[in-house]
Design a binder for this molecule. Structure first.
Ligand SMILES: C[S@@+](CC[C@H](N)C(=O)[O-])C[C@H]1O[C@@H](n2cnc3c(N)ncnc32)[C@H](O)[C@@H]1O
Length: 261
């Protein structure tokens, strides 16, 4: 029997959103993963690093996974996190692995000395602060990260917000980020981009997703967007899962030996 709109929406609106673990969506929504396998590649790099920083670790889940897979532990591992509920969650998860989580707002300068790390990693930072990344890397150090690309999940965003201007659709473009990374003095060794299929199987999953990924539809609440939610619910019932596409790019950048700040 079909669950009602009210029932699905109430469920999506009540599930806690802390952490950055998407297991709740099992059977309700899917997202293809990039072919490069970011967390597994990160694990291999952790095995070769001595001092590592994970910027905006979220609930710490990716770093936790990668440390568990790493052939060898780095001597020093630190993570930053700016959202208090996630700083607490990441601390609980990562402290037993010997990782300190530093609570610092995402726009603040990184609270570390110049050249403190030989590896800086980050998955889906809100925005990369290239000068700060370059500053805390030691010469020959590496920034290895997966970023969200342009117009990610915009089929869904535009269902709620209407067509977005080109300036918004083109934000987070990998080639612009390459230019910004180079302007900060980094050499971009590898930059790859992929567009990945997502499916939303019911409106409860859409509500939970928009509550969790708060910057998709800023200020999203069920009350404010009820007409769009009802229309999408009917569409999923009539036509099947709602299909969208996420965009991701992989950055592998190196601080040159002779870097000058
Ligand atoms: C997209 S998350 C990525 C987290 C982590 N690196 C990962 O990939 O699992 C980036 C940042 O957004 C923060 N964030 C998530 N939900 C938030 C919310 N509702 N309000 C403010 N910041 C939030 C996270 O805590 C994290 O610092």
């Amino acid at each position: 029997m079909h669950r009602t709109f009210e029932d699905l929406v109430a469920e999506g609106a009540s599930v806690p959103t802390e952490g950055w673990d998407f297991s709740w969506f099992q059977g309700r929504a899917t997202e293809a993963r990039p072919s490069w396998g970011y967390a597994t590649s990160m694990a291999a790099r952790l095995g070769r690093a001595s001092a590592v920083l994970d910027i905006q670790t979220g609930g710490g889940e990716v770093l936790d996974f990668a440390l568990a897979q790493a052939p060898k532990r780095p001597l020093l591992a630190v993570a930053t996190e700016g959202w208090p509920p996630n700083a607490a969650k990441a601390t609980a998860l990562l402290r037993p692995r010997g990782v300190a989580v530093v609570a610092v707002s995402e726009d603040a300068p990184l609270p570390f000395a110049d050249g403190a790390f030989d590896l800086v990693v980050s998955r889906h930072p809100v925005r990369p602060h290239w000068d700060e990344i370059a500053r805390v890397l030691q010469p020959s150090g590496t920034y290895f990260a997966q970023h969200v690309g342009p117009a990610s999940v915009f089929e869904l965003v535009e269902h709620f917000l209407g067509p977005q201007p080109d300036g918004v659709r083109g934000g987070r473009h990998p080639e612009r980020e390459r230019a910004d990374a180079e302007a900060a003095g980094l050499d971009v060794v590898d930059l790859r981009a992929e567009r990945l299929r997502m499916e939303f199987h019911d409106i409860g999953a859409v509500v939970h997703f928009l509550r969790k990924v708060v910057w998709m539809v800023p200020g999203f609440t069920v009350e404010a967007y009820e007409p769009q939610l009802r229309a999408l619910h009917r569409r999923i019932q009539d036509e099947g899962p709602f299909v969208a596409h996420s965009t991701r790019h992989l950055f592998d950048a190196r601080k040159p030996e002779n870097h000058r700040l």
